[in-house]
Design a protein around this ligand. Structure first.
Ligand code: UD1
Length: 429
C-alpha cells in the first residue's frame, strides 16, 4: 500500500487550485438515476469515491463517459462527465459495492422514485461511528414506501409510486436530505422537509435538480418545499468548489506559515471555519480568483470550536483544526457534536508529540513548541489529512500510511502541496 512521506519545516507559498466538491459530486452523480436523459457534470474531481460510485451506477445501467483533456486544461482542471440512465436494468445495490462507500446507499431515493422499487444493502459500520439509516427509512415511509429489512438489505417498494408528505428530521442529516430531495422530485404532490440540512452541497444538488425540471423551493434553509413532477430531463451542471479541501489547505498554511492563493475557493461556503482561522492569527482575503491565506511570523493563537451543521464549524474540518491547535500558543477545546467517534486522529497526533486529552465529546489540546516526525496511520479521510498537516511542521520525517483514505477525497494532494514548496512524496509499497 502506498505511503506519503513528508519532511516537515517548509512554509507554503504559491497557488493551489481547489477541486470540485466530493460531497456534491457524489449525490449529483446519483441524481442522474432520476432521468432517462443525460446529466452532464462539469468541474468533477478525480477521486476514488467518484470512481467507486461509477461502478455502482453502472450496475444499475447508467452509461458513464468522461471528456478528454481540452486545450488549456491541465491535470488539475476539473473533469466533465456524462451520465445517462436510459433504462435502469437493476434496482439492487449489492453489499460488495455499497459497503465500500456509505454515500452509495443514497441510490435508494431515485431508484424508488423512478422504478417504484429498490433493494439496497445497509452500508454497515464506519470508522467514525455507527451512522445508522433510520432517518432515511422513516422519511421514505412518509412518502408512501413499504420498507422491510431482509438479510442486511433495505427492501423498499411503492407499488403506485411515491406520494408527497411532510417529513421532519429528528436531527440534521445531509444524506437523508439529499435522498428526500431526489425522491420527492418525482413523487405525486407536495413534500415539505423540516429540519433539512442547509449545507451548500444540498443547495448544489437542489439547483441541479431544478435545472432538470424539479420544483424545489427553500434549499439552503431548514424548510424545503418540493412539488413533484412527472419526469426530469437532461441538464448540464457545474459542481461547486470543495469547501472542505479549501479549509484543509487554509489550515495547512496557517500551520506552516506562508502565503497561498486557493484558486476557485468561495468564502461564502465556509465562513465559520474562516472566522475561526482568522482568530488564530491567519490573514484571509477574498479576491477575484479565490481566497488568499497568509500567516507571517506571528504564533498560532488557540481557539475553541464546536462542530455543528452548516453554517456552523464543519465536522469534516475538525481533525485538521485539531492538528493546527497542537502547535498553538496555549490550550483549546474542541467539541465534536455530529459523530460520536470522530477522534481517531488523537492517538496518532500524540505519536507526533501532540498533547491532547479526551473527555467524551471534548478534546483539550495543549499547544506544544515542537512536533516530531513519526510513522502514523489513520482510519478515515479527514483524520488522514490532519496527520499530513501536522507532518508539514514536524521535525524530521513523517510517514502517513494507508494513503488509500486520502485518495478517496483529496485530489492530487501531494502534487498540490509540492507546488507550494512542501517536501512531500508518495512512496509505492
Ligand atoms: C455527510 C458527509 C460527511 C459529513 C456529514 C456531516 C457526504 C458524502 N458525506 O455524511 O462528509 O461528515 O455529512 O456533515 O456528503 N444519522 C442518524 N440516522 C440517519 C442518518 C444520520 O442518526 O438515518 C446521524 C449520523 O449518525 C450523524 C448525523 O446524523 O450523527 C449526521 O449525519 P449525516 O449528516 O447524515 O452524515 P452523512 O450524510 O452520512
Amino acid at each position: 500500500m502506498d505511503k506519503i512521506k513528508i519532511v516537515g519545516g517548509a512554509r507554503l507559498n504559491g497557488v493551489i487550485p481547489v477541486s470540485g466538491a466530493k460531497n456534491a459530486a457524489l449525490p449529483l452523480m446519483i441524481a442522474s438515476l432520476l432521468s432517462e436523459e443525460t446529466l452532464t457534470l462539469d468541474n468533477m474531481p478525480r477521486l476514488r469515491d467518484v470512481q467507486q460510485l461509477t461502478h455502482i451506477l453502472s450496475n444499475h445501467g447508467v452509461d458513464y463517459s468522461v471528456n478528454g483533456k481540452r486545450p488549456g486544461q491541465d491535470a488539475l482542471t476539473g473533469q466533465t462527465v456524462h451520465l445517462t440512465a436510459g433504462s435502469i436494468v437493476d434496482t439492487t445495490a449489492p453489499y460488495e459495492l455499497v459497503s465500500k462507500m456509505r454515500a452509495s446507499f443514497w441510490v435508494i431515493g431515485p431508484l424508488l422514485a423512478r422504478m417504484r422499487q429498490a433493494r439496497v444493502s445497509l452500508p454497515g459500520g464506519c470508522a467514525i461511528g455507527t451512522r445508522p439509516v433510520d432517518f432515511f427509512i422513516e422519511a421514505l415511509k412518509d412518502l408512501g414506501a413499504d420498507i422491510d429489512i431482509e438479510s442486511g438489505y433495505v427492501v423498499a417498494a411503492a407499488r403506485n409510486g411515491l406520494v408527497g408528505g411532510r417529513i421532519r428530521f429528528p436531527k440534521v442529516s445531509v444524506g437523508a436530505t439529499h435522498v428526500v430531495l431526489m425522491a420527492a422530485s418525482l413523487a405525486r404532490g407536495e413534500t415539505v422537509i423540516e429540519n433539512a440540512a442547509c449545507e451548500p452541497e444540498v443547495v448544489d444538488v437542489a439547483n441541479c435538480l431544478i435545472g432538470m425540471g424539479a420544483k424545489i423551493e427553500g434549499a439552503g434553509t431548514p424548510t424545503i418545499h418540493i412539488q413533484g413532477v412527472e419526469g426530469l430531463h437532461g441538464h448540464r451542471h457545474s459542481v461547486i468548489p470543495d469547501r472542505i479541501e479549501t479549509g484543509t489547505y487554509a489550515m495547512a498554511v496557517a500551520m506552516t506559515g506562508g502565503d497561498v492563493m486557493l484558486e476557485g475557493a468561495r468564502a461564502d461556503l465556509l465562513e465559520s471555519a474562516l472566522d475561526t482561522l482568522r482568530q488564530t492569527g491567519t490573514e484571509i482575503t477574498e479576491t477575484n480568483s479565490g481566497l488568499r491565506v497568509r500567516r507571517n511570523g506571528s504564533g498560532i493563537s488557540p481557539v475553541d470550536i464546536t462542530t455543528a451543521p452548516f453554517p456552523g464549524f464543519p465536522t469534516d474540518l475538525q481533525a485538521q483544526f485539531m492538528a493546527l491547535m497542537t502547535k498553538a500558543e496555549g490550550a483549546s477545546r474542541i467539541t465534536e457534536t455530529i459523530f460520536e467517534n470522530r477522534f481517531m486522529h488523537v492517538q496518532e497526533l500524540a505519536r507526533l508529540g501532540a498533547k491532547i486529552s479526551l473527555d467524551g465529546q471534548v478534546a483539550t489540546v495543549e499547544g506544544v513548541k515542537t512536533l516530531t516526525g513519526a510513522p502514523v496511520m489513520a482510519t478515515d479521510l479527514r483524520a488522514s489529512v490532519s496527520l499530513v498537516i501536522a507532518g508539514l511542521v514536524a521535525d524530521g520525517e513523517t510517514t502517513v500510511n494507508r494513503v488509500y483514505h486520502l485518495d478517496r477525497g483529496f485530489e492530487r494532494l501531494e502534487e498540490k502541496l509540492t507546488r507550494c514548496g512542501a517536501s512531500i512524496e508518495r512512496v509505492s509499497g
